[in-house]
Design a protein around this ligand. Structure first.
Ligand SMILES: Nc1ncnc2c1ncn2[C@@H]1O[C@H](COP(=O)(O)OP(=O)(O)O)[C@@H](O)[C@H]1O
Ligand SMILES: [Mg+2]
Length: 244
């Protein structure tokens, strides 16, 4: 593991987290390098959401450390972590029903710590280029959007902050095949631009095409980690840990 590597964007070490009396994460190690795409896999209830909520400050870890660009963030508030450049697309999208598409993007375009490299209009424009459907729907309210449009908006909302690391918790869950395809295409386009991504999803085959590395959680522990080539070559891993 390239712990302490200067290329490491995110470095999670020995992370413990839980709810009440029950511990859910029992010492997780995970890293994402600059420009790297890492997939976080595992069946339901294995701790994926808890892990990304701990990384983004939404759920306080009980032990271990989380560093972003070499600085400890495990005790920081979510908005501080966001300003450092961690953008989350939360599970369930969490789009505001009574804000329009454009209002969502404008509300979230807040500059990151080191100042944006482009104007808000340019950044919102890039989101509309990535998802032309959002431009068409710019005056529609959140609750007037389809599930796919809501997910595009949730991704766009994270992207207008120019995140150094984009985290997607269930990138395509509950979406129709055509829309899923659009989401995968957009993630591939982001990857080609050098966007670092930590992505949770259940479509192993698509993740193998998108990601550099894979981390499989099993009951709050890292059960397997390896490259796309390794995961592609061994279907017994899919069967054992993912049930597919
Ligand atoms: N708010 C919560 N309160 C209590 N237990 C929770 C809460 N959220 C998740 N859990 C439990 O933590 C475990 C991991 O859940 P989660 O992180 O959501 O897994 P995943 O995202 O992999 O499906 C599960 O057993 C789940 O029931
Ligand atoms: Mg989850």
């Amino acid at each position: 593991m390239n712990a302490g590597s200067p290329a490491a964007l995110l470095e999670v070490r020995a992370l413990h987290a839980g709810y009440g009396a029950s511990e859910v994460l029992h010492g997780i190690d995970l890293h994402v390098g600059r420009g790297e795409v890492v997939a976080l896999l595992g069946r339901n209830g294995m701790g994926k959401t808890t892990l990304v909520r701990a990384i983004t400050g939404l759920h306080r870890a009980r032990g271990g450390s989380i560093a972003f660009r070499g600085e400890a963030i495990e005790s920081e508030a979510p908005h501080r972590i966001a300003r450092r450049g961690v953008g989350l697309v939360p599970e369930g999208r969490q789009v505001f029903p009574n804000l329009t598409v454009h209002e969502h993007l404008s509300a979230f375009e807040r500059a990151s710590d080191e100042g944006p490299t482009s104007s808000p209009a340019e950044r919102i424009g890039r989101v509309y280029e990535l998802f032309p459907r959002l431009r068409e729907r710019r005056t529609h309210l959140g609750n007037q959007l389809s599930g796919g449009e809501q997910q595009m908006l949730a991704i766009g909302r994270a992207l207008v902050t120019e995140p150094r690391l984009l985290i997607l918790d269930e990138a395509t869950e509950g979406l129709a095949p055509l829309v899923r395809h659009e989401i995968w295409q957009s993630l591939a386009a982001l990857r080609a631009r050098g966007q670092a991504i930590l992505v949770i999803d259940k479509y192993v085959q698509r993740l193998i095409r998108l990601a550099d590395r894979h981390v499989i959680l099993e009951k709050g522990r890292v059960a397997w980690t390896g490259t796309s080539t390794e995961l592609d070559a061994d279907a017994s891993i899919w069967q054992r840990y993912l049930g597919v």
